[in-house]
Design a binder for this molecule. Structure first.
Ligand SMILES: O=c1ccn([C@H]2C[C@H](O)[C@@H](COP(=O)(O)OP(=O)(O)OP(=O)(O)O)O2)c(=O)[nH]1
Ligand SMILES: [Mg+2]
Length: 147
C-alpha cells in the first residue's frame, strides 16, 4: 500500500478510528481529535489526531476544516490549510504525528470531544519547477526546516 493512514505509537490500541470518507465520491477523509479539548473564545490549540499519513511521491495531504465546524462552532484552522508533506511521516522528531491547529473565533467556549471529526484530509498531486534541486530530508514539523 502506498497511500494510507496509521496511528503513531502513542495512540495505537486506544480505540480511535482511522479516517474514512463518508460517501463514495467525498474528497476528504474526516480527521478526528484524539483527545477532549475545550477552546475558550479566541483560544488556539494544536489538536492531536494520533495519526500519520503515507502517500506516493508527488502527493501532499491537505487539511481543511469541515465546513460544519466552521459554520456551527465558529472554529477555523489557524493556518487555514494544513500541508502534510510526504516526508513528514516517520520523521525522527514526532513520527509524523499530524496536529490540527484550531482557533475558536466565536464568542462561546467550544468543546471538542475525543473522536469529533473537526477536519478533513485530501490527497492531491503537486508540481515542482524544472530547476528544482531540493534534496534535504525532513526532521520534523512546524518550523523544523531551518534553511
Ligand atoms: O496543519 C498542519 C500543518 C503542518 N503539520 C506538519 C506536517 C508538515 O509536513 C509539517 C510542516 O508543515 P509546514 O511546512 O506548513 O510548516 P513550516 O512552518 O514550513 O515548518 P517546516 O519548516 O517544518 O516545513 O508540519 C501538521 O501536522 N499540521
Ligand atoms: Mg514547511
Amino acid at each position: 500500500m502506498t497511500r494510507y493512514f496509521a496511528f503513531v505509537s502513542d495512540y495505537q490500541d486506544q480505540g480511535l478510528s482511522l479516517p474514512v470518507r463518508h460517501t463514495q465520491d467525498s474528497a476528504g477523509y474526516d480527521m478526528a481529535s484524539a483527545v477532549r479539548i475545550e477552546l475558550t473564545p479566541g483560544q488556539t490549540a494544536l489538536v492531536p489526531t494520533g495519526l500519520k499519513a503515507y502517500m506516493p511521491p508527488g502527493e501532499v495531504l491537505l487539511i481543511v476544516i469541515r465546513s460544519s465546524w466552521a459554520i456551527k462552532k465558529h472554529c477555523v484552522l489557524t493556518n487555514q490549510v494544513g500541508v502534510i508533506d510526504r516526508d513528514y511521516v516517520d520523521n525522527p522528531d514526532n513520527e509524523g504525528h499530524i496536529f490540527i491547529p484550531l482557533t475558536n473565533n466565536g464568542q462561546e467556549p467550544v468543546i471538542i470531544e475525543r473522536g469529533d471529526r473537526i477536519a478533513q484530509g485530501i490527497f492531491v498531486r503537486f508540481g515542482v519547477t524544472d530547476d528544482d534541486v531540493a534534496q534535504a530530508t525532513r526532521t520534523g514539523g512546524f518550523g523544523s526546516t531551518t534553511h
